[in-house]
Design a protein around this ligand. Structure first.
Ligand code: BGC
Length: 905
């Protein structure tokens, strides 16, 4: 017995000493820096690695202990930026292990040269004083003004240097530090007064010849200034996505460029989140788009922004494209018209628009590299038409090229695309890159103007000029396009070089915010689409509603790249994410209560009504409310496409819909589903369970109030879908032909058969057709009248005027979306069954009231793009003009109207 005890004790002692020995040995391995100690001419980015997997590395550069110091910082994946001479001390730690030894690296960094503000060169009138600075912290500057070399014995810089009028002023300067850092290079700045200098501000004179002035100003620029003009400055004071370089000596102000299509996005500044563009398009009301554009211009001007990085105009080729929520429609005509209206609203109010992303940026996976193979016909008929319409109808100040390649060439260096835009469509603005999408100086030869966001690296362009890849003339051409836009901005007209006053603005003044709240809500009201309604809406005799769905009780604020939520997805993420005051976002729960409804939010046990809720809870909820409202959400953001799963309900969502519906129906009560989705979703396998379905998009800051007004019947829904919703994603023409995250090429095999152009041949796949949406009233198409029945093809300016009479034959006031399609009946070329060539929204028609809508069709309304002659062709023959409230052919046949036209030569 004793022996056994003895053995056990010996065993335990040896185990524990083994463990102890192990834990002593378990020391994190020390960090190793990617840059060795030494003397360097420029700042260094140093990465630090430890061989111990999962170790965290801390560092200091002030000499203190990286293990304990309050100034220590964690090394991020971007490493440590060493800006000045210092000792970098680092330690690696990991929980449960002993910290590594502390390692030290000593870096001597040459002091950064002094830079002057404003810049040197010829001035019409010399600036009064010059400020010098060095980016090296703690550097001291010495200077001379008599031409001698500056040393530590020269004048010490303590404040602005006064310039002497009427003579050439030369400042030579050096920056030094007393810590062993090598002195900066000596730099020389020469300021020359030249009263004959032409300034960009000369364009402001009433009789100015803008072209002459701009060319002259360009000829006065130094090469350094030129390369910086075509290269974003990346120094926005305002939290904007980008900005351009200012040259005060030539009167050139900077332009601030801010996202985006869903509202003004500025870091640290609040703005209004509007319904997402796909939902704006569902209004089919260009007046609303114009109002939204104008309101965004007001917010932009309040914050000192000159150019908005929107509208987003790529075609919804596939319902799961990551940014479909940020773009308008599957149809190019809708896209072009919506964009033109938004741009006109914005630009008429002094802020420029940027059409983006030109072109064929229809998916997000591998967006920076993917090569899109697409036929010329599909490009012209589907992917460029929207840009063409918007260019012709709204003269946008700017366009942004797409990240992707199109038939082998990146968007920003694509000769064909820029020729189309400028020479064929008549674009007069500037073409910028998408952020970080620029790769090659050759693009400046091919019509490209501005690299954004730019920052360091513009010197590469000088090398490209020296190597003969591009010429200075190529830059002059680009600068001319840029300056043509600069002169349109308020910033230029008011010669504002310092925007700190704007930067101090944090919130839109309440008087403007209140007006914008109304417009945002109005847009949501017209964009909501009633998809199904079995005698459920508008709500009648309902005092208590149950609000069901996890999302309704979720708050994720603030969130940048993802789609933020507060009781719903009120906006998309990425560059569509507007910073809002979270207090301002109206939740469904709040909106229902303000609408006079009691809202049941919890089960008997006090749990929120959400996915995973059992049958008994569903019965409790059904008993204690008059109607069940289920919220289904799908967020949207850029950078990746949605997966096929996001188009289907999860098993939990499905069970929720089924259980809740069964419980309500057993009591003779109704269930409504709200689709708070960034993209179309499948409804076919669950819609029979529920009584009513509303598409509410990502409806903006005040969208929940709009939803409430629709539910209560205060407003009659009038939105219609701008995309076909297939029964299943598998039925989409692009199914199986969307890029995987690393895919390098994609061929648009469906060609021109995108959206309804495809589904018209396969109607059995359609759940909700393009142009579809229900109302609380009914409309009758009473007559279609054409001013002529033959279309003379020899007359280039030939038009046909179509008048359509629509009547509200129902019981409540409402608005109808009137759609006009053209079908080529006997074309020898392959053509879609029909194509949208006109649309309009009626005014609010009272019961019994009629309105006559007028459409004007021109040659292009009948044309297709021929790849042999590379031009639009209208064949002689018969065309049918079809009008109605949907694209669904069976319904059009019953309720729509049509007329034949003969095109002749
Ligand atoms: C987006 C653009 C946006 C830009 C600036 C890019 O990632 O693709 O649409 O305007 O960022 O934020």
């Amino acid at each position: 017995m004793k022996k056994r005890w003895y053995l056990l004790i010996v065993f335990l002692i040896s185990i524990s000493s083994l463990l102890m020995a192990n834990s002593v040995a378990q020391k994190v391995s020390p960090p190793v820096a990617s840059v060795p100690s030494g003397t360097y001419d420029t700042t260094q980015r140093v990465s630090l690695f430890s061989e111990t997997e999962g170790a965290t590395i801390y560092y200091t550069i002030d000499g203190s202990d990286p293990l304990t110091s309050s100034t220590r910082q964690k090394v991020s994946s971007r490493g440590v930026q060493i800006q000045t001479t210092c000792v970098l001390k680092a330690v690696a730690v990991k929980e449960g292990m002993e910290p590594s030894d502390i390692v030290s690296y000593k870096y001597f960094i040459k002091v950064a040269e002094p830079t002057p503000n404003p810049s040197p060169g010829e001035w019409k009138e010399l600036p009064k004083e010059i400020i010098l600075s060095s980016t090296t912290p703690g550097a001291v500057i010495y200077y001379t003004t008599d031409g001698s070399l500056p040393t530590r014995q020269s004048i010490k810089y303590t404040g602005p240097i006064k310039l002497e009028k009427g003579k050439t002023n030369t400042i030579k300067a050096i920056a030094v530090k007393e810590d062993g850092s090598p002195d900066s290079n000596v730099v020389m700045f020469v300021y020359v007064e030249n009263p004959n200098l032409i300034l960009l501000t000369d364009t402001l004179r009433p009789d100015a010849n803008e072209i002459y002035v701009i060319n002259k100003v360009i000829s006065e620029m130094t090469l350094d200034e030129k390369v910086r003009m075509v290269w974003g400055a990346a120094t926005s004071q305002l939290g904007a996505a980008g900005n351009t370089y200012a040259i005060p000596r030539l009167g050139i102000t900077s332009m601030e460029l801010a996202d985006g299509p869903a509202g003004l996005r500025l870091r640290g500044h609040e703005a209004t989140a509007w319904p997402n563009p796909m939902m704006l398009a569902s209004t089919w009301n260009t007046e609303i788009l114009e109002k939204v554009g104008a309101a965004i211009a007001d917010e932009a001007k309040f914050y000192g922004i000159d150019i908005m990085l929107g509208p987003g105009m790529n075609i919804h080729r596939d319902p799961l494209g990551g940014r479909v929520f940020e773009y308008y429609s599957e149809d190019p005509y809708v896209t072009g018209k919506m964009a033109a209206a938004w741009i006109n609203g914005l630009q008429d109010n002094g802020v420029g628009a940027t059409m983006k992303h030109y072109a064929a940026n229809n998916s997000e996976n591998n967006r920076m590299n993917i090569n899109v193979i697409v036929s010329e016909r599909a490009l012209r008929e589907i992917y460029l038409t929207g840009f063409e319409i918007a260019t012709k109808e709204s003269n946008p100040w700017a366009a942004m090229s797409a990240y992707n390649k199109i038939n082998g060439t990146f968007g920003f260096e694509h000769e064909y695309l820029s020729k189309m835009l400028r020479d064929v469509f008549g674009f007069k603005g500037l073409i910028m890159s998408d952020w970080g999408g620029y790769h090659n100086p050759i693009s400046f030869k091919n019509g490209f103007d501005l690299n954004e966001p730019g920052g360091a690296g513009s010197d590469n362009l000088k090398n490209a000029i020296n190597n003969g890849i591009i010429t200075e003339k190529d830059l002059d051409r680009a600068i001319s396009n840029i300056l043509n836009v600069v002169i349109k901005t308020e910033t230029f007209k008011n010669q504002i070089y310092d925007k700190s006053e704007f930067a101090a603005n944090q919130k839109i003044p309440s008087s403007i915010a209140a007006i914008h709240a109304d417009i945002s809500k109005e847009a949501a009201l017209e964009g909501i689409v009633l998809l199904k309604n079995d005698e459920t809406l508008p709500l009648q005799n309902v005092s208590t509603v149950a609000l069901i769905g996890e999302l309704a009780y979720k708050s994720e604020l603030p969130s940048f790249w993802g789609s933020p939520a507060k009781g719903l997805y009120y906006e998309g993420g990425g560059s569509a994410a507007v910073v809002v005051d979270p207090e301002e976002v109206v939740t469904l729960q709040e909106a229902f209560s303000s609408g006079g409804l009691n809202v049941l939010t919890q089960t008997e046990k006090g749990e929120y009504l959400k996915e995973g809720m059992g049958k008994n809870d569903a019965i409790y909820v059904a008993k204690n409310s008059d109607v069940g409202i289920i919220l289904i959400g799908r967020p949207g953001t850029e950078g990746r496409d949605n997966t096929p799963e996001s188009m289907k309900l999860t098993a939990e969502e499905f069970a929720l819909i089924r259980n809740v519906s069964e419980a309500y129906h057993s009591l003779g009560k109704k269930v409504i589903v709200l689709l708070n989705v960034a993209h179309p979703i499948e409804t076919d396998d669950w819609d029979d369970y529920v009584d009513s379905i509303l598409y509410i998009g990502l409806p903006g800051t005040y969208g929940a109030s709009a939803v409430t007004d629709i539910l209560l019947g205060n407003v009659n829904p009038s939105g219609k879908l701008v995309d076909t919703w297939p029964i299943k994603y598998e039925y989409a023409p692009t199914y199986g032909n969307m890029p995987e995250p690393n895919q390098s090429e994609i061929t648009y095999t469906e060609d021109i058969y995108v959206g309804y152009r495809y589904y018209d041949m396969n109607p059995q796949y359609v759940k909700y057709p393009f142009g579809y949406g229900l109302s609380y009233t009914e409309f009758k198409y009473e007559s279609i009248v054409l001013d002529k029945k033959t279309f003379n093809l020899t007359n280039e300016d030939e038009t046909i005027v179509v008048k359509v009479k629509v009547k509200n034959t129902g019981q409540v006031p409402g608005k109808e979306v009137v759609q006009l399609y053209v079908r080529a009946d006997d074309s020898t070329a392959e053509r879609p069954y029909k194509e949208l060539k006109g649309f309009a929204k009626t005014k609010l028609l009272n019961p019994g009231e009629t309105e006559v809508i007028t459409f004007t069709l021109d040659k292009r309304s009948f044309a297709y793009f021929d790849e042999v002659v590379h031009d639009w062709i209208v064949e002689p023959g018969v065309y049918t003009i079809i009008v109605g409230g949907t694209s669904e052919n069976e319904v059009l046949q019953l309720t729509g109207l049509s007329e034949k036209v003969l095109a002749t030569r």
